[in-house]
Design a protein around this ligand. Sequence first.
Ligand SMILES: C[S@@+](CC[C@H](N)C(=O)[O-])C[C@H]1O[C@@H](n2cnc3c(N)ncnc32)[C@H](O)[C@@H]1O
Length: 255
Amino acid sequence: MWNAAQYLKYSDERSRPFNDLLSQVRTEDVLRIADLGCGAGNLTRTLLERWHGAHVIGVDRSHEMLAQAVPLSISEQLEFEHADIAEWSSKAPLDLIVSNAALQWLDDHAGVLSHWVQMLCPTGTLAVQMPNRFRAVSQVAIEETVADPRWATLLESVGLHRQSVQPMLWYVHLLQDLGLTVNAWETTYYHMLTGDNPVLEWLKGTALRPLLERLHDEDKVEFLAAVGERLKESYPARDGVTVFPMPRMFFVASR
Ligand SMILES: C[S@@+](CC[C@H](N)C(=O)[O-])C[C@H]1O[C@@H](n2cnc3c(N)ncnc32)[C@H](O)[C@@H]1O
């Protein structure tokens, strides 16, 4: 279960990579767009600001996220569909597939990306962004907490892990082998966050979500305190500001 309000707490920080990704899509000739893992639809809607005449479909399997997105629909221009993006198929070939911060939640990236590429029209473009913090201190804090015997039996192998995202070169070679021209890059955003333990707040909206779902309410409080303590130590505040480095990978691949 996604909590749109928790996720959107950092919507400014989370929208910047989406815009940076789209800045590298050079084609203006775009009529059919799919946003796969569209979440609350707030970023999906902005695709129409750039490609006015396009038809945009946002696809997501979270009812909570779609409850935010569906009211943004615009007849004949912007619609949302409930589906698993690993399996969803477009009714017509697509000029542009965008997927922002969603692919890391799926298994079998080779199978999924080759399925997405098959939905592109002969001049189509695939634009994907994913967080790549799975070897960073925040992940170590989560993994160390989960490895504690208090949590290991309940939480071992739940949620995102080091193998959720492959090294960038792996994606580049995969897309080249699928016949695409690839523009790939990695960036670390240094988010300046305020508030008490903001990295914990950030991760509650994403990576900690599947772990918390497995726990009863009183266990949730205890688990959050344990992981929160580690995160606070790893990301100390200075003058009320916590710097949270967030590495992200991007690829824009065209036929
Ligand atoms: C971190 S949010 C990103 C939302 C949006 N793209 C954005 O950038 O704000 C990840 C989204 O991917 C969706 N998602 C994850 N796995 C999915 C799947 N297999 N099928 C459909 N949606 C999925 C989640 O429901 C969630 O809304």
